[in-house]
Write a protein that binds this ligand. Structure first.
Ligand code: MG
Length: 216
């Protein structure tokens, strides 16, 4: 039986935030800009990161990635195959990366060799919300294949993100999803202040706009 002491959860989050601040300062001291990509399994995080990194590398920006997964090295393998240097980071059984795991991954990277670090979080739309990693940006990626109710079902992760992206726009019709519904839900959730970015990582559509949003 797993017993949680009163107040323990708070301490875990506090400690995570403390280490996240250290990660942030460490990356800044090496002039690195960083992004945490959150989203469900199958949202297209890996493909999007590969596409963003390709475009940045073509401009001479030095990019590396941290591939967060519960187990295995599938995303890490895809990064390396695309020419994106990466570090694999398995959580073992946790459904999210935390700042301490990212700190360990950063210690394996020669930070002076890079300008940008992309972190792919574990495929999950709930748990990563509470665990900032110390990145400049937190991005949530959803796809049209997940249905039109993702914003309505997962307020927290959208409210904890700087940027929201709707991927797989090219197959919205085929899966019977109206992107306008998702866009309107997101506008409402953010008080009319923010729009969701629409893209297709596969078709290379909408990627440049995301780079601009990330200040890259
Ligand atoms: Mg992936």
């Amino acid at each position: 039986m797993h017993i949680v002491q009163p107040g323990m959860e708070i301490d875990v989050l506090k400690e995570n935030n403390r280490i996240a601040n250290e990660n942030y300062r460490l990356m800044k001291s090496h002039g690195i800009r960083s992004v945490d990509f959150m989203g469900s399994i199958g949202a297209g995080k890996t493909a999007l990161i590969i596409k963003l990194a390709e475009k940045l590398r073509a401009k001479g920006v030095r990019v590396c990635a941290i591939a967060g997964d519960v187990t295995g090295a599938d995303d890490y393998g895809r990064f390396e195959k695309s020419g994106l240097e990466a570090v694999n980071c398995n959580t073992g059984h946790e459904c999210h990366l935390d700042a301490n795991l990212v700190r360990k991954s950063l210690s394996k990277i020669d930070l002076d060799r890079y300008d940008v670090v992309f972190i792919e979080n574990v495929g999950n739309l709930v748990c990563p919300a509470d665990f900032p990693l110390g990145t400049d940006y937190r991005v949530v990626v959803i796809s049209t294949t997940e249905g039109d109710d993702m914003v309505r079902k997962h307020h927290d992760i959208f409210l904890h993100s700087d940027i929201a992206i709707l991927n797989k726009m090219d197959i919205a019709d085929a899966v019977g999803v109206d992107p306008e519904v998702i866009a309107e839900d997101y506008r409402k959730l953010t008080g009319g202040l923010k729009s969701i970015y629409r893209c297709s990582a596969r078709k290379d559509e909408g990627i440049d706009e995301i780079l601009v949003a990330l200040g890259m």
